[in-house]
Design a protein around this ligand. Structure first.
Ligand SMILES: *[C@@H]1O[C@H](CO)[C@@H](O)[C@H](O)[C@H]1NC(C)=O
Ligand SMILES: *[C@@H]1O[C@H](CO)[C@@H](O)[C@H](O)[C@H]1NC(C)=O
Length: 367
């Protein structure tokens, strides 16, 4: 058993050290989207991903217990495989694929982990609960997505927690990663977080969105202001995050707006509301890349020569998004800066009607 753990630990490390990472984050609510935009974990192509992350399991801040978050996660009573099993069984198609579980996320709240992370006994119990839960379902790692430690004490405790978790994870042959805000509230302690984990996913999206009612790039690669991927990467490196652990995210969704005046449709135009909901995701202000791709011929697409991302408009609808061309630019950036790899939020929103066009672009250009 011990030997097996060591072998698994070594192979996980090799998988991380030898080539760039492609992290396929999966949203466990995707099965609930409207047909045919609904998506189950079994539909992920594990040959296009080094890691899959099942987002998110639920955390109970009263008991420090981890549990599933919806009925699709677990096997059904008549034995139909649930999402957890579907994710880990992707390994049958690609033995190098690393199935991971995510906890946290925006829904968990920014202070969900504060009390536990501040208490040594609770940290130890939580770590053991996580390990037991991962092993129970055959996950091989955890993505810790504390969105986000907004206070200095939280960030320092997060570093302590991750450092302790990593010691235990190494004994168990498990992978540990953290997702971090593109623009951190607190910089102090980022180097400890980086030191503790195998890799750090920077959530390099949502720099702008329809909440401001002024059209803007949601995930610009470059820019004059501090709100772009390049700035996030350099800031994190400045505060001690190891560039060889930095994974840059590409959003497989756009942020959409309803223009106040359809004739005023450039960047910086006034919007009257978020954009109309898409047919599958059904969230106003949000379109999956799948939804965008399906109708893109009817939209006018404009490319920002500085930000290197497109926006598209049709009538009074306007959306800032990524596509194959901007994704290629971001992958080349990751190559040039010698970063760890690329993550996609979320794989179930990629153009899977045509074989995951963003993921294919990432795999084609990442070296
Ligand atoms: C999508 O929804 C349809 C209709 O409810 C269902 O028949 C189909 O099995 C679902 N597909 C997936 C992948 O869940
Ligand atoms: C990327 O950010 C660095 C650090 O702020 C800056 O020196 C560099 O000019 C930026 N690159 C581009 C193309 O804007």
């Amino acid at each position: 058993m011990k030997l097996l753990s060591v072998v698994i630990a070594l192979s996980s490390l090799l998988a991380i050290g030898s080539s760039k990472l492609v992290i396929c984050q999966y949203n466990c609510w995707a099965p609930f989207r409207t047909n045919p935009g609904n998506f189950t974990a079994s539909m992920i192509d594990p040959k296009l991903c080094t890691h899959g992350v099942y987002e998110f399991a639920a955390y109970n801040p009263e008991t420090d217990v981890i549990s599933h978050s919806n009925t699709h996660d677990l096997d059904s009573e008549d034995g139909k495989p649930g999402g957890y099993r579907q994710m880990v069984e992707l390994k049958l198609q690609n033995p190098d694929f690393v199935p991971m579980l995510g906890i946290g996320g925006a829904g968990a709240g920014s202070r969900a982990f504060s009390a536990m992370a501040a208490d040594p006994a609770r940290r130890a119990a939580f770590t053991q609960n996580v390990i037991d839960y991962l092993k129970k379902f055959n996950f091989e790692g955890l993505e810790f997505d504390w969105v986000s430690p907004n206070y200095l004490e939280d960030m320092l405790n997060f570093g302590t927690l991750l450092t302790e978790m990593r010691l235990r994870f190494d004994q168990e042959g498990l992978v540990l990663s953290a997702s971090l805000r593109a623009v951190p509230y607190v910089n102090t302690g980022l180097s400890v977080v980086s030191g503790a984990v195998h890799f750090v996913v920077l959530m390099t999206y949502d720099y702008n969105g329809p909440w401001w009612l002024v059209t803007a790039n949601s995930a610009p690669l470059f820019g004059a202001y501090n709100y772009c991927v390049n700035h996030s990467v350099f800031e994190h490196i400045k505060y001690g995050v190891d560039p060889e652990k930095i994974v840059v995210s590409v959003p497989a969704y756009g942020r959409s707006y309803t223009l106040a005046d359809p004739a005023s449709n450039s960047l910086g135009s006034v919007a009257s509301a978020p954009g109309a909901a898409g047919p599958y995701t059904r969230i106003s202000g949000w379109l999956s890349f799948n939804e965008i791709s399906e109708d893109i011929a009817n939209w006018v697409t404009v490319r920002d020569p500085i930000a290197l991302v497109p926006y598209s408009y049709k009538g009074d609808q306007w959306v800032s998004h990524d596509d194959e061309i901007s994704t290629k630019a971001k992958v080349e950036y990751v190559n040039n800066q010698n970063l760890a790899g690329v993550a996609v939020w979320s794989v179930d929103e990629d153009n899977f009607f045509q074989g995951f066009t963003l993921l294919k672009t990432i795999n084609q250009w990442l070296n």
